[in-house]
Design a protein around this ligand. Sequence first.
Ligand SMILES: Cc1cc2nc3c(=O)[nH]c(=O)nc-3n(C[C@H](O)[C@H](O)[C@H](O)COP(=O)(O)O)c2cc1C
Length: 404
Amino acid sequence: MHLSTTAQKQILLGVTGGIAAYKAAELVRLLRAEGAAVRVVMTQAARAFVTPLTFEALSNEPVHLTLLDATEESAMGHISLARWANVILIAPATADFIARLRLGLADDLLATLCLATDAPIVLAPAMNRLMWENAATQENIRCLQDRGIRVFGPAAGEQACGEVGWGRMLEPVEICNQLEWIFQNGALAGLTVLISAGPTREPIDPVRYISNRSSGRMGYALAQAAQEAGAAVSLVSGPVSLPAPRVQEMVSVERAEEMYQAVVSRAIYHDIYIGAAAVADYTPATVAISKIKKQTGETMIHLIKTPDILSAVAALEDGPFTVGFAAETDRVEDYARQKLAAKCIDMIAANRVGQTRGGFESHENALQVYWNGGQRTLEMAPKTRLARQLIELIAERYHAKNPA
Ligand SMILES: Cc1cc2nc3c(=O)[nH]c(=O)nc-3n(C[C@H](O)[C@H](O)[C@H](O)COP(=O)(O)O)c2cc1C
């Protein structure tokens, strides 16, 4: 029987004043179904959206509303609540609450609890897309992440205000899944993981380059999952339009040659290397100093091979456990197995690209993972979930190869 790691955990759920507050009711129901004890704290604004009675009924516990409650505070209620929690989960987290948390204000019960706890704090932001994209909110989020606060989501999609974009709260079931992962973490505790992600850009002249459709999402999701699994993560990234995840070291590169240097010089200091970048196989032999003018007839660009990062890392003496990716449009298993053998790597995660679902620019994907003597299928799932499954598998294979 699968026993959830959330079972028997004590979860303090903070509900703040956003439209998504109604979804927090479902979250309480799901967490209790997993076997967790849930106590709810609501901000004053949250009560304009949902009544405390709803949460009281669902959690089977009194709902905590005010800091200056004489009955509770005679026993220092806020401190004992902060101590009770194994985790403080704030869902939805408004832009306002995020700003107050960053400032370290203690002007209501929930903000005070966050200051007075040493339990992990998790935010599930929910707001209009412009509020989310606003520089102030983005800066607040980055600062909180730097302090170790975890942020689940937000997701993109249709919003209550009628707009479409990033800012929707993750669905309660997804929040539960991610929370379970927090309690599970440790699969890579004490290990160092190097990840390369995104595309490379091979310049033709000062304004043109050759690149590919990699979004970097898979590599970034892997960086976050590895970090959550307890690893110290270094991320070498090609140009992508994703927010930088909170990792130990972030290195931005453009060209395949730069990625090669950044990865190979670091690989020896890491236990695991995951090559999730879509590195250009060829680069222009020369880069024109000034813009190449349009010509009347055809033109040619002379391409030369770029260095093979994966093989170079796999060939290192005392090198890391090496995981490669293969994106193929056909004969996925054949090519993946050939690559596994030819490059002498420990594991390969293959995905079929060019399909209607999954692949490069998509938020979801499916993987077929091979290693010497085994294989596993990871079914179509959002890249964040898929990344956690792959990290679990990598941890399993790493520990099988390097028994304690
Ligand atoms: C109808 C309505 C919906 C709102 N939805 C959101 C929201 O989804 N996210 C958000 O950050 N703020 C939202 N706000 C603004 C917050 O309610 C406001 O900033 C409030 O001060 C938040 O207080 P709290 O952070 O203490 O809960 C909304 C306001 C109204 C009137």
